[in-house]
Design a protein around this ligand. Sequence first.
Ligand SMILES: C[S@@+](CC[C@H](N)C(=O)[O-])C[C@H]1O[C@@H](n2cnc3c(N)ncnc32)[C@H](O)[C@@H]1O
Length: 270
Amino acid sequence: MDTDSGRENYMLGYGDSAMAWMKSRTVERHGAFLLPYLEPGMSLLDCGCGPGSLTLGFAATLAPGSVVGVDREAEQFAAAADYAAEQGLTNLRFETGDVYALPFDTASFDVVFCSAVLGSVNEPKRVMQEMVRVLNPGGIIAIKEFDHGADIIYPQTPAIARSIELYHRLRAHNGHAAQVGRQLRGMIHEAGCTVENFKAVFDQQAEREGLRAHIERNDGLFREVLGPQYEALGWCTPEQLEADAAVWRDFAEDPAAIFMAAWIEAIGRK
Ligand SMILES: C[S@@+](CC[C@H](N)C(=O)[O-])C[C@H]1O[C@@H](n2cnc3c(N)ncnc32)[C@H](O)[C@@H]1O
């Protein structure tokens, strides 16, 4: 593994809550922006594929084209590989690898996809350049990234605002750009590609059940991995974390509450 990325703190971890969050993503909801550019037979690399729910969706779309998921944490692949076998998907494989130094030759893939990774690395521009390296000339680079500077979370009581600030502070502490989404257009251009499509979208939670489920998943993540980091850094006591959890539960029951997480969807061509 590249030593740079070895020093980076991937702050969401690989516990049950983090896995459930990633596995809930489907191509239909999270990756649809890429579908108009795909044709059966194309090859695709999914960089930082995590537990592979999106990778599997692309494999089904592109068959018989080959799809590869690469991630530095291979423990996540087992369930995805089993599911692929169950579905009879034989055009898909997972490999351990570092997005700073992809284990593939230059110009190896028709499409390179990357979701929710560039906001979790210290040098997203370097990763972008590396992804473009493995792309065939004329190939498509498709990036989906959050931009926490554009999230609409309302109403923001002081307690809610403080809890959101802690999360942004942890991203900054780890050297991650919480507003990476808006930087993608420039990064794709700098990496030598033409931007063909660039859009902001929201992962919207405004209905009661969806909002409750969203807050519950976030609560799992706070308990599993974020809260312990805030405590270790001396930013929060266990009592404050419990109080924050209660504040978010109240938020989920507020008829006025909305939680709209901003994402950028970007398509570039090499
Ligand atoms: C938030 S998850 C996103 C997973 C998936 N792409 C999705 O959108 O559901 C980020 C993933 O990036 C991986 N990752 C972070 N830094 C990496 C690196 N330097 N090389 C390879 N994978 C990396 C993590 O292991 C994790 O699985």
